[in-house]
Design a protein around this ligand. Structure first.
Ligand code: AN7
Length: 361
């Protein structure tokens, strides 16, 4: 007889709600909607660390290994479970792609309708594919993410739909668990946490998580929170709304972050900072990560690009974690365009031709 026990599925990992129940706003009545998200690896990246030119240790938190390929699953398992608990029939979000993928998956799993508003033509193939195959109701607007979020807020004020963007506090509650996992993996918090920033929900959530774990005596120090925006979409760095944000890192193509005020508080409390990285810097970090065997999406590489840009400010013997928020498979077009690998095409299908190309004949 087969006995399936969710507690032991995926190497004993029941999903982050069950794993961190006591730190989350979960009750006996919460119907847990999970895909066993969380528990992602913290991977050392020694060849990238070497580029810093002093003794430091660098790890990446590879959150692209979540069920829908991004950190959004952490927030969505909690947001959808709580929406279901409250009796919601439908959820809505604006998205540059990853939130819509996660909302679509978890809403379907929980039996809720999902409406997703996306900027037409400005989300990657993989993310669009996900929203569609999970069966969300996709509304692509002739406008950017910021306009989509305004429409989402307006809709939710008038109609019975629950917003699952990071203005929903349950999203941040779920996402803070990534900080718990980092502390568990390292035994304490790192010196720096480098995070790509769009709406600044994730950097806020990490800060909540580290603080909560310190209050619980699970860690003794707090990291400096270093947020990185793409140069064409850097409202927090520039201190003003960007009306027409642009960057190859479409996930963070956001000109008016929803959690702006919180983002400033995180900077002040952690003695951290916000900096911008250019598209070429992002793409260089993206290729360096691939050279370590790690494939993330361009927005995620902003954390590594930012760390390398600030190398002179890194403390000696520093321990740094860069968050890789999304999987590289989300954006195959950029990968193919940026790869410099040898790619022979239209090769005659015979041994001599193949061996010749390999340099053996
Ligand atoms: C890969 O999906 O905003 O600073 O609508 O997809 O918490 O917004 C995505 C954001 C970083 C920025 N990396 O996180 C959306 C969306 C990736 C992302 C961010 C996003 P926040």
């Amino acid at each position: 007889m087969l006995t399936y026990r969710p507690e032991t599925a995926r190497g004993g990992w029941p999903g982050l709600i069950r794993a961190y129940e006591r730190y989350l706003p979960i009750t006996d009545k919460t119907p847990v909607v999970t895909l066993h998200e969380g528990n992602t690896p913290l991977i050392p990246v020694p060849t990238i660390a070497e580029r810093i030119g002093k003794r430091v240790q660098v790890w990446v938190k590879y959150d692209g290994l979540n069920p829908t390929g991004s950190f959004k699953d952490r927030g969505m398992t909690v947001a959808i479970s709580k929406a279901k608990e409250a009796g919601a029939a439908a959820v809505i979000c604006a998205s540059t792609g990853n939130t819509s993928a996660a909302a679509a998956a978890y809403a379907k799993r929980g039996g809720l309708r999902a409406f997703v508003l996306i900027p037409d033509g400005k989300i990657t193939q993989g993310k669009l594919a996900q929203a569609l195959i999970y069966g969300a109701e996709v509304i692509a607007i002739d406008g950017n993410f910021d306009r989509a979020l305004e429409l989402v807020r307006g809709t939710a004020e008038r109609y019975p739909v629950t917003v699952v963007n990071s203005v929903n506090p349950y999203r941040l509650e779920g996402q803070k668990t990534a900080a718990f996992e980092i502390v568990e993996a390292l035994g304490d918090a790192p010196d720096w946490l480098c995070v790509p920033v769009g709406n600044a929900g994730n950097i806020t959530a990490y800060w909540m998580g580290f603080n909560q774990y310190c209050r619980e005596n699970r860690c003794s120090t707090l990291p400096q929170m270093m947020g990185f925006q793409a140069a064409g979409s850097a409202p927090i760095v520039e201190g003003k709304i960007i009306e027409k944000p642009e960057t190859i890192a479409t996930a963070i193509r956001i000109g008016n972050p929803a959690n702006w005020t919180r983002a400033i508080a995180v900077q002040n409390e952690s003695r951290g900072g916000y900096h911008s990285v250019t598209d070429p810097e992002i793409l260089e970090a993206y290729r360096l990560l691939a050279a370590e065997g790690i494939f993330c999406e361009p927005a995620s590489a902003a954390s590594v690009a930012g760390m390398l840009k600030l190398r002179d400010a890194i403390p000696a013997d520093g321990r740094i974690v860069c968050v890789l928020t999304g999987n590289g498979l989300k954006d195959p077009d950029t990968a193919i365009a940026q790869a410099s690998a040898t790619f022979h095409r239209q090769v005659s299908p015979d041994l001599t031709s193949v061996a010749r190309l390999m340099g053996f004949a």
